[in-house]
Ligand binder design. Structure first.
Ligand SMILES: *Cc1c(COP(=O)(O)O)cnc(C)c1O
Length: 225
C-alpha cells in the first residue's frame, strides 16, 4: 500500500509558507528563494509524497544513494532538478555528472579537472557551485575563504568551468549569520548570483542575507535515523 505521508505534505507546505514569509520580512522578491528539499536517507515513498505535492528540487548527499532512488522517480515525475550536496570523490565524477543537475560541492582542483573532462566527454554539464568552508573547520569539506577567489579563477580560466553558485555549511556551534554574510561577500566580488545557504534551523537568517537556495531536510521529512 502506498502511504500518503500526510506529515511530509503538511511540513512541506509549512516550510514553503515560512520561506514566503521570510522573503516578505526581509525585503526579498517573492519567489526569489528556491527550496532544495534534502531527501538523503529518506525512502522513495516519502519523497514521492513531496513530488505529488509539487516539490521538484531535491538534494542528496551521496552519489550511490541518488542512483538507487532517482532514476525511478524521474521516470514518474517530470521536471525534477537534483542537487548533489555531499562531498564528491573523483572516482564518482562520471556517475555524478550523469545523474545530478547541480553539483554544489566543487572544492578542489583535482575535482575541477575531472568534472571538466567528464563534461566534455559526456556532453552533459551540471551547474556547479563552489563549496566554501567559511568556518575553516579542519574536518569539513570546502575551500578556505582566503583561497576561494583564486580557486574560482582557476576553475573558470584553466578548466573552462562555469561557476554559477557558492555553498556553505556554517559550524554547528556558531551563529550562522556571519558565515552567510561572508559567503555573500565572496559571491559579490566574483560575480556569482547564486547562494546556497541555510538549512532547517537557520534558513530565515540565510534568506535575510541573500540566499537564493535553502537546503532543508529534517523540517520537511522529519528526523533522520
Ligand atoms: C543534510 C544536509 C542539509 C539538510 O539539513 P537539515 O538540518 O536536515 O535541514 C543541508 N545541507 C547539507 C549539505 C546537508 O548535508
Amino acid at each position: 500500500m502506498d502511504d500518503a505521508h500526510q506529515d511530509v505534505i503538511e511540513a512541506l507546505a509549512r516550510v514553503k509558507a515560512e520561506i514566503a514569509r521570510a522573503e516578505k520580512d526581509h525585503g526579498r522578491k517573492a519567489g526569489s528563494v528556491t527550496l532544495v528539499a534534502v531527501s538523503k536517507t529518506m525512502p522513495a515513498t516519502r519523497i514521492r509524497s513531496a513530488l505529488v505535492a509539487g516539490q521538484r528540487v531535491f538534494g542528496e548527499n551521496r552519489v550511490q544513494e541518488g542512483q538507487e532512488k532517482w532514476p525511478g522517480l524521474r521516470a514518474e515525475f517530470p521536471g525534477i532538478e537534483l542537487h548533489l550536496i555531499g562531498p564528491l570523490q573523483t572516482n564518482k565524477v562520471k556517475e555524478a555528472v550523469a545523474l545530478f543537475d547541480v553539483i554544489e560541492t566543487l572544492d578542489r582542483e583535482k575535482l575541477a579537472k575531472e568534472i571538466a573532462k567528464e563534461i566534455a566527454r559526456a556532453g552533459r554539464a551540471p551547474k556547479l557551485y563552489v563549496q566554501v568552508n567559511t568556518g575553516a573547520e579542519p574536518q569539513k569539506a570546502g575551500i578556505l575563504p582566503g583561497e576561494t577567489d583564486d580557486f574560482i579563477r582557476l576553475c573558470r580560466e584553466s578548466h573552462g568551468l562555469i561557476v554559477s553558485g557558492l555553498m556553505c555549511i556554517p559550524p554547528a556551534e556558531e551563529p550562522p549569520s556571519p558565515h552567510f554574510a561572508l559567503l555573500g561577500e565572496i559571491a559579490r566580488r566574483n560575480g556569482i548570483a547564486v547562494l546556497s545557504m541555510g538549512m532547517s534551523a537557520d534558513y530565515d537568517p540565510a534568506i535575510q542575507l541573500g540566499a537564493t537556495h535553502v537546503r532543508v531536510g529534517s523540517a520537511i521529512f522529519g528526523a533522520r535515523h
